[in-house]
Structures are given as C-alpha cells and as structure tokens.
Design a protein around this ligand. Sequence first.
Ligand code: F6R
Length: 366
Amino acid sequence: EKDGFDHYMLKEIYEQPRALQSTMTGRIDEAGEHILLSDLKLTPEDVRGIDKIYIVACGTAYHAGLIGKHVIESLAHIPVEIDVASEFRYRRPLFKGKTLTIVVSQSGETADTLAALREAKRHGSAVLAITNVVGSSIAREADHLLTTNAGPEIAVASTKAYTSQLVAFYLLGLYLAEGRETVSSQERAALIADLRKLPEQVEAILAHAEEIHAFARSIQDEGHLFFIGRGLDYAVALEGSLKLKEISYIHSEAYAAGELKHGTLALIEEGTRVIALSTQEQLHEKMVSNITEVKARGAVVLGIALEDNVELHRSVDEVCLIPSTHSLLTPILSVIPLQLIAYYTSVALGNDVDRPRNLAKSVTVE
Ligand code: F6R
C-alpha cells in the first residue's frame, strides 16, 4: 500500500503533484479566467460584506493559515487575523461586524480547532472549513466547506495536506478578490496560469531529490539549526522547522531574518547550519545581508532560492534552486526541499518516520 516507497511520508511527498491538481480540479474555468467555488454557499453580498477574517488552526495547518492570511490580505484586501486554535478558544476574540472564520484542519477532528469553530459560531460568525476529510466533524459543523481532496494522509508529519491547503487559500483569495473587484482580470489570469503550473514544477523539484539527500547527511549530527526567511519565506521556515523537529528530533528554530539581531545571533557559532529561504524578489537584498551576518559568525548556509537569483547563490555555501513562479505561490515550491530534508534526516537517524515518538495523527483531545 506504500506503492514501493519505504514510508508513507515519502509516498505522500511524491503524491503532491497529483494532490495539488485535485485541489484545483473543477474550481477553475476552462479559459483559466475565473475561480469556481460553487461548493461555498457565499452570496455575492456575503463576499462583499466581509469586514474581517479569522484563520484558526493547529500545527502545520496553522502554518498554511499564515500563508493564507498573506494571500487573502494581498488579493482581497480583507484584514485577516490568525490564531492557534488552543489560544483562540480561550482568549475571547472580538467579533465585530461581519466576520468570516476560516478553520483549517487536515483530519477535521482536531479538538481545539473544532472548539474554535463552535466558539466562532456561538458569536454569530460564519465558518468556512478547509479540510481533507469530507465526513469529519469540522466539515459537518462548518457553514461553508472547501475540501482539499488530497487523498488520505497516513504519515503523522503532514506534507500533501499542507500544500493542498495552500492551493485552497489561493483559490479562495482569488475568489474573494473577484467578488470584491480588488484584482484586475489580467492579474487574476496570470496568477491562475502560474497556479496551474505548480504540479509540474513540484514534479521537477522532486526529480532532483538526490541533491537534498546530500545536504540532509550534513545536518544529521547537528545539535541544532536555524531556518531563516522574510515574509512568506518566514512562514515556510516555520513549517520546515516543525517538520524537522517532529521526525528527526533535532532541535531547530525558525526566525524572521530581521529578528536575528535581536538576540538569536548569539546562538550562531562556527559550523552552525542555517537554512535560508529567499524567494521574494523585493526582499532578496535584505536576505543577502542577513546571510552575510550569519556567515560572518561561522554559519554554514544552505540557500533555498529561485533559479534566477544569482546574487543569493554567491552568498551561500550550498543552494537548492526552485523554479520561478508568481511571488505569492513560492511556498508550495520552497517547502518541498524542506520536507525532503526532514524525511532524509529522520531516515538517516533510524527514527520511525511515519510514527514519530509522542505524536498522534489526529489530536482529538485538547
Ligand atoms: C505536523 C502535523 C500537525 C498537524 C496538527 C493539526 O506535521 O501534522 O502539526 O498539522 O495536529 O492537524 P489537523 O490538520 O488534522 O487539524
């Protein structure tokens, strides 16, 4: 049932091109000009009337939500607040005006996320669920359902669910933008065209998995490492760090690269491994200076960068290239090498990759 793969996690990593495709299927018109989300019961008035969005989730789904916030704010111009479900449910969030609460959950059964959904409904907020499991509690209780259709995810470490949640956010962001007329039709078509290319671009990255294998070998004996990035890359850094901790048990921290100076730089020593993501053109220069800062303290840096970013290539020790795409879409590509680094490191250390210690696939207790 693992289709010849050694672990479910690797199988699910390789299933991503197909999973992304199926999240998109039936939701883009043939001409590639419009997003069709007839599964949602939002009227045009509902779409225009949203004053504020909350995104609530746990773990990897929360990390997808961080990207979702950025995507919805930049495409649909709606303010978005994001929270971890276990915080949201106990912090008395304010529900003023017309609020849409988006809950994100692969399993649809996470206790804290379900409680957050109920809390939002109790305050009169409409709830939209992004989930992979159609008959789940969260799917049943939400007012609007956007399924990710990624197929069953067995490995505890989430991979294809995350990237398909990102696709769901791109579709939703574009859909809301169309209803609120915040993005031109040309811009929308360009973004849709790039969205459609993602499955084959992920395929292309997976074809070079060997290079990443080599880097994983170089970190397996490390006591700790850092992931750094800015903007969307910071959100992806958080996910890469979680994945590595979860299955390799190596401690790592993700940092917004501009925050390093505010304390963390003290932890960089000769030989400390740093994984630096730089996919956002407007932030390239800033990242190059952060990379220079850590290298000056002896860090060994692996860059995750767009193929045409020559300046970054020169500033790092090793580089993993990803194909060019729209700046909002890079997380789907840049997370792939990070998933593979976590996977190969876990295998090299002899860990139980699919069932890491202390963790459960579905957290149905708080
Ligand atoms: C990490 C991971 C967890 C889950 C989290 C939420 O790889 O899988 O962090 O993302 O427990 O689970 P769902 O999405 O089922 O609500």
